[in-house]
Write a protein that binds this ligand. Structure first.
Ligand code: PMP
Length: 412
């Protein structure tokens, strides 16, 4: 660890040492900071609005939003009020509360393709449930997924092969995002055994520039599913509620049969959702999926409040405005420092790569300097702008990114 990080992250270092003795690898999964610059703290203390604080009391402008769940900002008063009200009644009970019906009604009225809703905890629960419903409905096995896409951490989709058997993956066939012909060829390969085509609203694979879907690609996936009877599954786990108030492909006029949601829908509280069409309701009823905490009422109350705020305060427009200001400001800074950068993705979920950046070395210098200057972003994963970002936050973030670009230029 660099000396300045050792001083700045004293508590954090002590927790890491303790964690290394009782947590496999010291930490695991996407929130492990191993592989990130030494300036990244591993342990957080609290959040408020667009700011977070680590256990050593260092403050950051949050451009990762817990990798997506924080939509309205940390500790949003209306969400916290709904949470406190529900928690005072009950969270986990023998049967669900009325919140579940209210939430299913809200989702089905908001999301065009949705006639019904089921709830779970995580994005992986939601994508896996979608696959099970598609298989139950069709009696078929094969599922098309885009190469490099992330749909969760269950054995059928986790990106690492440790602990996974070939049988877990035998029914997956890959296609290339934004390449409808490759999906059609994959469907040919599946023959009469095609159960589903899974796709994310944008291409947001780790470490590559984000891609907006070509409308022709989306339309042809829909047609492919109509022709074969397979279910079109939209994995809206990461984009849901960040791009618009309904489903993320509504602007394209392409409706999925099933959609998987989680992350932002309860502003940080643990909730996932599966939405589907009437045609798949019987299959959704036939499968057995459940979990001890899937019916908990507090996250559902949080979600109801989140959905209300998203609509009443036009949060998507706010994130778009702040994200655009950040992106435009950073693009101008990069240019002034003589650096070639590529911004990709919607401004609410931006990503930036440096041209000719071997092994993300420049991104590493940049994110390290940003972190030390109090802006939390990621060198290889897309960022997230929350609805709590203010003009002042953007301005302050830009002061730090200017210094971070200077550090990259100096390192050349
Ligand atoms: N699908 C997508 C597109 C995701 O981004 C994620 C999480 N990064 C998942 C599924 C899995 O969600 P979870 O981590 O909540 O299981």
């Amino acid at each position: 660890m660099q000396d300045n990080a050792r001083v700045r992250l004293r508590e954090d270092q002590q927790l890491r040492e303790r964690a290394s003795k009782v947590i496999p690898g010291g930490m695991y999964g996407h929130q492990s900071v191993q592989g990130l610059p030494a300036s990244y703290p591993q342990f957080m203390a609290r959040g408020d609005g667009a700011r977070v604080w680590d256990v050593d009391g260092n403050e950051y402008i949050d451009l990762m939003c817990s990798y997506g769940p924080v939509l309205l900002g940390h500790h949003h008063p209306r969400v916290e009020e709904a949470v406190a009200k529900q928690a005072a009644l009950a969270d986990a009970q023998n049967t669900p509360s009325a919140r579940m019906v209210e939430l299913a009604e809200t989702f089905t009225s908001r999301v065009e393709h949705a006639d019904w809703a089921m709830f779970c905890k995580n994005g992986t629960d939601a994508t896996t449930t979608c696959v099970s419903i598609a298989r139950a409905a069709t009696g078929r096995r094969k599922v098309l997924v885009a190469k490099g896409a992330y749909h969760g951490s269950a054995p059928w989709c986790t990106p690492r092969i440790a602990g996974v058997t070939a049988e877990d993956r035998v029914n997956l066939i890959q296609y290339r995002y934004n390449d409808a012909s490759s999906a059609e060829a994959a469907a040919e390969e599946a023959g009469d055994d095609l159960a589903a085509v899974m796709v994310s609203p944008i291409r947001h694979d780790l470490g590559v520039d984000l891609e907006i879907p070509d409308p022709d690609f989306a339309t042809r996936l829909r047609r492919l599913c109509d022709r074969t009877g397979a279910a079109l599954i939209l994995d809206d786990v990461r984009c849901g509620l960040r791009l618009n108030n309904g489903g993320s492909w509504e602007y394209l006029g392409v409706q999925p049969d099933l959609s998987a949601w989680s992350k932002a829908i309860a502003n940080g509280y643990a909730l996932g959702a599966v939405l589907g069409t009437d045609a798949l309701q019987e299959a959704a009823r036939a499968i057995y999926v459940t979990g001890s905490f899937w019916f908990a009422s507090v996250p559902m109350a949080a979600s109801l409040a989140t959905l209300q705020v998203v609509e009443e305060e036009d949060i998507v427009a706010r994130m778009l405005k702040m994200g655009s200001a950040l992106r435009d400001g950073m693009a101008a800074q990069a240019k002034a420092h003589g650096l070639e950068v590529c911004f990709s993705g919607p401004p609410q979920m931006p990503f930036m790569t440096f041209g000719a950046d071997q092994n993300f070395a420049m991104a590493g210098v940049f994110s390290d300097a940003a972190m030390r200057g109090g802006v939390w972003l990621h060198p290889r994963h897309n960022w997230f702008v929350s609805g709590a970002m203010t003009e002042a936050d953007v301005e302050q973030a830009l002061q730090t990114t200017d210094a971070a670009f200077a550090a990259v230029a100096a390192a050349q």
